[in-house]
Design a protein around this ligand. Structure first.
Ligand code: XMP
Length: 428
């Protein structure tokens, strides 16, 4: 609002008191953004200045204790607000945005996955024409939906590369191949590079070093495959709108590049592709709707987020084949029990971590000295902040019992009850 008010000929000055946090917004003029909302509503503020002179033609339509103009309206339907309607701390923020879209702008809310699909398919088709497209599949929903859309547009001109880094959950690799290749007949190159990734990770315990080596190895493997495929002009990516916003922010520092989440970031100079990003104006929930409309299975479409470096950053300490197997077995049980309890879609992520700690236990007549597995189950809206999930004790009990009974080499299970911040979701 500072920029807006100044640009429009108003004046903005530092406030005597910074307003940060929850404030009470008093609506002085109902209607417009505040149609059908209470006369006073809690909003999230974060500013250190106030408007001392409104731009010509504007009037204040709401105020707060420290801001005589917390919302303004002007000529030609122009509006300005000082609070943050987009954060969860503004409980009625969604209603404010709804009013903006449907009442102020006159949008009708008729977005349909099927019309989006028709439009995206025709865009991709006309852009690609008879050339070839490469797509790196990660096993996640974004790249799967992007690939399926592009495939619908250009069929066999699309080739997908699935780099199996050996750091995936149990049965993930087979599922990707089954869905994309066997069921949808997408041309798919499956590269089993697990030995190479494990060799690159040998002896590494530092989390950032793990990420660097995984990223580097991915690029090497991907480059090798891309060169083997011959002339390819386009790279399809499952970039979503939040990634676009993020990279636009980076743009200002001159660094708009390929999405880094998929570890395709920093592809070498000799691999110059034009990008095809059919999902770049969608949010995750819309991608999921498109995925379902394209006929992708629900368990793929609603899969919980999974980090690019995979199980390597959940294997605290050195990543070895044996440790990965132990972690995979424990992780499988967590997911199985969380799905059984109906919580899978309620929570943001649920997974196991193999700690580097061994503890003493007793099994039958014998004493054991074996691994401790930690369970992390969190609720979150966007992964930026998170809270540990208050999972019922009997579900936690079942997870613990099964892991200790079924996973060799584990004799203790602990539940992580830290929120983010100050902890992160992943342990590494
Ligand atoms: P943290 O641990 O930072 O995680 O609280 C926030 C979200 O990001 C995911 N995550 C990653 N995703 N590459 C990824 O693609 C990574 O290196 C990475 N590290 C964390 C994490 O799973 C959570 O959803």
């Amino acid at each position: 609002m500072q920029l807006l008010a100044q640009d429009l000929g108003g004046a903005v000055e530092p406030a005597a008191r910074r307003e940060y946090g929850l404030a009470s917004l008093v609506v002085d003029e109902a209607g417009g953004l505040f149609e059908r909302l209470p006369a006073e509503l809690p909003v999230w503020m974060s500013h250190g200045d106030v408007i001392t002179r409104l731009p010509p033609g504007f009037r204040a339509v709401a105020h707060s204790l420290n801001s005589p103009c917390a919302a303004m309206a002007g000529p030609a339907g122009r509006l300005g607000i000082q609070f943050h309607p987009e954060v969860v701390h503004t409980p009625l923020g969604r209603e404010v945005l709804r009013n903006f879209l449907y009442r102020v702008c006159g949008c009708s809310g008729t977005w349909e996955p099927s019309s989006f699909i028709d439009m995206a398919v025709s865009d991709v088709r006309s852009r690609v024409a008879d050339r070839r497209v490469l797509c790196a599949l990660s096993g996640g929903v974004d790249s799967a939906v992007a690939a399926t859309l592009v495939h619908r547009a250009v069929g066999r001109q699309l080739v997908c590369v699935f780099v199996d880094n050996g750091l995936l959950r149990r049965a993930e690799a087979d599922r990707v191949i089954d869905i994309m290749s066997r069921q949808r007949h997408i041309d798919l190159v499956h590269v089993d590079a697990s030995d190479r990734f494990l060799a690159a990770l040998a002896g590494v315990v530092d989390p950032e070093e793990k990420r660097r080596r995984i990223g580097r190895t991915f690029i090497e493997v991907f480059e090798q495959e891309a060169l083997r495929l011959g002339q390819v002009d386009f790279l399809a990516q499952g970039t979503l709108y939040p990634d676009v916003i993020e990279s636009t922010a980076r743009d200002t520092h001159g660094a708009r590049t390929i999405k880094t989440h998929h570890n395709v970031g920093g592809l070498p100079e000799n691999l110059r592709f034009e990008l095809v990003e059919p999902l770049r104006y969608l949010f995750k929930d819309e991608v999921r709707k498109v995925g379902l409309a394209l006929g992708l299975p629900e368990d793929l479409v609603f899969r919980q987020p999974f980090p690019g470096p995979g199980l390597a950053i959940r294997c605290v300490g050195e990543v070895t084949r044996d440790r990965l197997e132990t972690l995979r077995a424990a992780d499988w049980i967590v997911i199985d029990e969380i799905k059984r309890s109906g919580l899978y879609r309620e929570v943001w992520q649920s997974f196991a971590i193999l700690t580097p700690i061994s503890s003493v236990g007793v099994m039958g007549d014998g004493r054991t000295y074996a691994n401790v597995v930690a369970i992390r189950i969190v609720t979150s809206d966007d992964g930026m902040t998170a809270d540990w999930a208050k999972v019922p004790y009997d579900v936690l009990g079942a997870i613990s019992r099964r892991i200790v009974n079924e996973v060799q080499g584990v004799n203790r299970v602990v539940y992580d009850i830290s929120s983010k911040p100050p902890s992160t979701i992943e342990w590494e």
